[in-house]
Design a binder for this molecule. Structure first.
Ligand code: NAP
Length: 234
């Protein structure tokens, strides 16, 4: 394959997603940096373009069907392919609490972004990947969604990431013939707006396993869950 690979990253105007764009750009990928806020996304794209990286911008709110459809049309028209999809966009709402008192509205909003949003983009872009017999999908999850270690705090976030893990497995199992690998990973506790200032990891460290999964060679793992490039339990 001599053509430049195309990667799309959701929620990439800041935090881990922004760093993933930078690292993929440095590896020679053409990156479509997406953000629900066009101004923030354009500003982030300008920073990476100034670093001589091949980065384009497109507005994308993963909770909106028409926004995902518009992004898919843009990708098909401008590049004709999509090699890498990083489902990074995520929310962790303030009033997320114990399951017994959790507001259904908080759960609904959290699932809408962290789970349905990621599924929506997978469903939108898989046909393009299948057409070209190549794809790497990375669902940015969390050990807080690990079924084996489920705890009763931040219930909405945990449920959303547990469901994201489950859909990762289902999707991977549904695609066996093409060179399309679908995995989930946890970036660890990272210093971002979501992770807060006390988090021990840098965005560079948080992005590492995501980029590793995005650039897996053919025959690499699929339908698995990783942290620090090592498989972990669901
Ligand atoms: N930081 C950690 O310690 C940690 C740990 C485990 C897992 N993770 C996961 O890592 C991913 C990135 O987290 P982060 O720490 O970089 O968080 P962050 O700094 O809060 O960034 C989240 C990004 O998602 C975007 N986003 C939210 N809703 C969206 C929507 N509907 N459509 C498109 N974009 C949307 C945000 O856009 P706006 O700027 O417009 O809000 C922002 O760009 C998330 O999936 C998170 O769950 C993070």
């Amino acid at each position: 394959m001599t053509e430049q690979r195309i990667a799309l990253v959701t929620g990439a105007n800041r935090g881990i997603g922004f760093e993933v764009c930078r690292q993929l750009g440095r590896r020679g990928y053409r990156v479509l940096l997406t953000s629900r806020d066009p101004k923030k996304g354009q500003a982030a794209t300008r920073i990476l373009s100034a670093e001589a990286l091949a980065v384009d911008f497109f507005p994308l709110d993963i909770t909106a069907e028409e926004s995902v459809a518009a992004a898919e049309q843009f990708v098909r028209k401008c590049y004709g392919r999509l090699d890498v999809l990083i489902n990074n966009a995520g929310i962790y709402l303030k009033d997320d609490r114990s399951i017994s008192t959790l507001s259904i509205d908080i759960l609904r909003q959290t699932l809408e972004t962290n789970t349905f949003g990621a599924l929506r983009t997978c469903q939108a872009f898989l046909p393009l990947m299948k057409k070209h017999h190549y794809g790497r999908i990375v669902n940015v999850s969390s050990t807080m969604g690990q079924h084996a270690r489920m705890r009763n705090i931040s219930a909405a976030y945990r449920l959303s990431k547990d469901a994201l893990n489950a859909l990762t497995q289902m999707l991977a199992n549904s695609i066996q013939t093409n060179d399309i690998l679908v995995n989930a990973c946890c970036p660890g506790w990272v210093r971002t707006e979501m992770g807060g200032k006390s988090a021990p990891r840098t965005v560079e460290q948080g992005a590492d396993t995501i980029v590793w999964l995005a650039t897996l060679p053919s025959g690499g793992p699929t339908g698995r869950f990783f942290q620090d490039r090592k498989e972990i339990n669901w």
